[in-house]
Design a protein around this ligand. Sequence first.
Ligand code: COD
Ligand code: ATP
Length: 214
Amino acid sequence: MIYDPAHSDKKENNNKMKIIGITGGIGSGKSLVAKLLEDKYNAYVINTDEIARKQMEPDGISYPGVVRYFGDEILQKDGKIDRVRLAQIVFADKDKLLKINELTHPLVLEEVQHKISEKRKEGTTDYFVIETALMIESGYDTACDEVWYVYAPEEDRRSRLKRDRNYTDDKIDAIFASQSKEEDFRRKFSKVVENDGSKENLEEQINRLIMSIQ
Ligand SMILES: CC(C)(COP(=O)(O)OP(=O)(O)OC[C@H]1O[C@@H](n2cnc3c(N)ncnc32)[C@H](O)[C@@H]1O)[C@@H](O)C(=O)NCCC(=O)NCCS
Ligand SMILES: Nc1ncnc2c1ncn2[C@@H]1O[C@H](COP(=O)(O)OP(=O)(O)OP(=O)(O)O)[C@@H](O)[C@H]1O
């Protein structure tokens, strides 16, 4: 069966807006899946990396707490947070990673919840999509009707990150080590998108998952 937005009953009743969490390790293809949902299924997508980034800008809500804890060594001359430096610190030290999570995730979750209410009120969105690598650590899944885990083999993710973002092997290793493992994701989330084939194959899986939503 193919999804047909014209016959979707969700448009008439904004309470039916479904909240889908898209998770998976770095470079697994979450953004690609989210983009497909946006383009074909009238979805509105938010990305928690982007929210966290905005909130850590000098006028952002988490900036004071992060700077208080990590000190001037993470600041650039212009007062902005030096993200390269901060990444070196948190991805090399588990306690510091936990600390940055503690300082940022509750504020990101608040913003996510605020956006959900806004979109419910507007009543024009069928699917509200929360894209995050940190579904398990952050508890964003508490806001979701269902969560899809996007899987891709580590070697594919590594080569995409090197090709598209110029990441080094060391940076990739540090981030892989800082995130939940495949078995953790599979244990927690039963709906899986296997992103180890073509884009067409990905589209078919997404169509099937959308059709399975009650
Ligand atoms: C460490 C920071 C400064 C690096 O910034 P940078 O611009 O280089 O990278 P970006 O934000 O795009 O993240 C790169 C990748 O790292 C991964 N990642 C980011 N934060 C975390 C984290 N806390 N734990 C594990 N992986 C993470 C994500 O998969 C992301 O795709 C930044 O990621 C950050 O502030 N992280 C802590 C806040 C956070 O957890 N944000 C993510 C979702 S709420
Ligand atoms: N099936 C695929 N075939 C080829 N390239 C792909 C495929 N899936 C994703 N990619 C590419 O791999 C890169 C990583 O994908 P994407 O940005 O969607 O991952 P992500 O999970 O959102 O990463 P992050 O955790 O950093 O947000 C992108 O450049 C994307 O275009």
